[in-house]
Design a protein around this ligand. Structure first.
Ligand SMILES: [Zn+2]
Length: 432
């Protein structure tokens, strides 16, 4: 049993214990539970025994008649989740657990309120387009998104398609800036701005996939098509029945042979209306990332790892004490970067500025920087950039450390403070 699964059982045990028994800690319960499992005691029996031992009362059950939750209402760390939904995608995956191969399944489920990504840690017998009733699943947060998990206690049953309201099968009309994880099946009209074709291996079978960038007047987004719709760059299309998946925290539109793609007249959306949008940081954090956006804010911190760094010549990772975590002791090549935090009064995010942008903002080449010690360099970065107002352009992604903007360009905004304060003084005088 994975740690993931154990956690949900421990939550059950904790709920059944008296609040005065809060001193019984997580680690202790985990140890007890593992001990029982090692001796082959069935999980439900083990839990009941532990609860008795600590003087608790059993309040959990398998809740198969419990009320259904809508996908949009799910929160991280929900226990005993009961859903009525349809299977939008399902894929097997081999993973290595303690040196042993194990087959798990992952995919997307949907109901009338939205969609959610799921992982099944054991074998399950469901197929795409099945309508199912799930009880005793649980949720976790992964890369900033809520995920549904099927552990040992889950119960899944196929049911009648008519049980789900028709809205659950009907795509929702959205604009590009509304594409985010969980929005459900969508109907969208957008221009293909970039497209590349590549071949991938899906369960031993070669498959063509097409990915790139789509846009409309509200923004841009990544997409992946698992079917050859003969999409052409710079043309508008209506894509119906796609869904949003999060990849490395960035939401992207995914569609396949079950979706409908219609080529539209060239003038449906004018390409010059699709520009790089400036967005507020709180919006970026809520969306969990976006591509090709602009953010304006103040640099409120210069982070460790800024300045001159050495990278592995093979994998480009930053070296620590001249060693790469993968390739060991290597020669390495020098590079320059600035890691900082910017704040726009609505929120704060991490940013990474590469060599070219760092050189531009510091008005200094990497070669010039190398002449100084690392300490001198850091001081110079702080002196030149701390508290400066900047405008950054790039892609933002979310992980367990928060949202990070990988800048493709940056400029310092020169606000003439002296002139501004003089104007204010003048205005004040006029008021008197
Ligand atoms: Zn390396």
């Amino acid at each position: 049993m994975t740690i993931e699964d154990l956690t949900s059982h421990i939550e059950d045990i904790k709920k059944s214990l008296n609040t005065e028994l809060e001193h019984v800690n997580q680690k202790e319960l985990e140890k007890e539970l593992k001990k029982f499992l090692e001796y082959g005691v069935p999980i439900e029996q083990a839990k009941k025994t532990i609860i008795k031992k600590f003087g608790g009362e059993i309040i959990f059950n398998n809740q198969s008649n419990a009320e259904r939750t809508l996908i949009s209402k799910l929160q991280p760390n929900d226990q005993n989740v009961n859903l009525l939904c349809r299977v939008i995608t399902i894929n097997p995956k081999e993973i290595l657990v303690k040196g042993e191969n194990r087959k798990i399944f992952y995919g997307i489920l949907g109901d009338e309120s939205g969609t959610i990504q799921f992982t099944a840690w054991n074998n399950i017998e469901i197929e795409k387009e099945d309508v199912i009733e799930i009880s005793n699943a649980y949720t976790r947060e992964w890369q900033g998104n809520i995920q549904l998990n099927f552990g040992d206690r889950v119960n899944i049953e196929k049911t009648d398609k008519n049980k789900l309201p028709p809205e659950a099968f009907k795509p929702k009309t959205v604009k590009v800036n509304e594409l985010k994880s969980g929005v459900g099946s969508v109907d969208i009209t957008a221009v293909i701005l970039e497209i590349v074709e590549r071949e991938v291996d899906v369960n031993g079978e070669k498959k063509k996939v097409f990915s790139g960038i789509i846009g409309d007047e509200t923004g841009k987004s990544q997409f992946t098509s698992w079917f050859d719709f003969k999409l052409k760059k710079d043309l508008p299309y209506q894509i119906t029945g796609g869904y949003v998946k999060s990849w490395k925290g960035i939401p992207q539109l995914t569609f396949d042979e079950n979706s409908t793609v219609k080529k539209l007249n060239k003038d449906t959306i004018s390409k010059d209306k699709i520009i790089t949008k400036k967005i507020q940081i709180h919006e970026l954090i809520e969306k969990k990332g976006a591509i090709d956006i602009k953010v304006e804010g103040t640099i409120i911190d210069i982070k460790e790892g800024s300045g001159i760094i050495t990278r592995c010549t093979q994998c480009n990772r930053a070296l620590k004490d001249n060693e790469c975590t993968i390739h060991g002791k290597v020669e390495g090549k020098t590079d320059l970067r600035i890691k900082s935090i910017i704040d726009d009064e609505t929120g704060a995010i991490n940013t990474i500025l590469n060599k070219e942008i760092s050189e531009k903002l510091l008005k200094k080449t990497l070669k010039d920087c190398e002449k100084n010690s690392q300490d001198t360099m850091i001081n110079e970065i702080i002196k030149k950039l701390f508290a400066q107002r900047v405008i950054l352009k790039g892609n933002a992604l979310s992980d367990d450390f928060g949202t990070t903007l990988i800048a493709k360009d940056a400029d310092i905004i020169n606000i003439d403070i002296k002139q501004k304060s003089e104007t204010i003084l003048q205005e004040l005088e006029e008021l008197q």
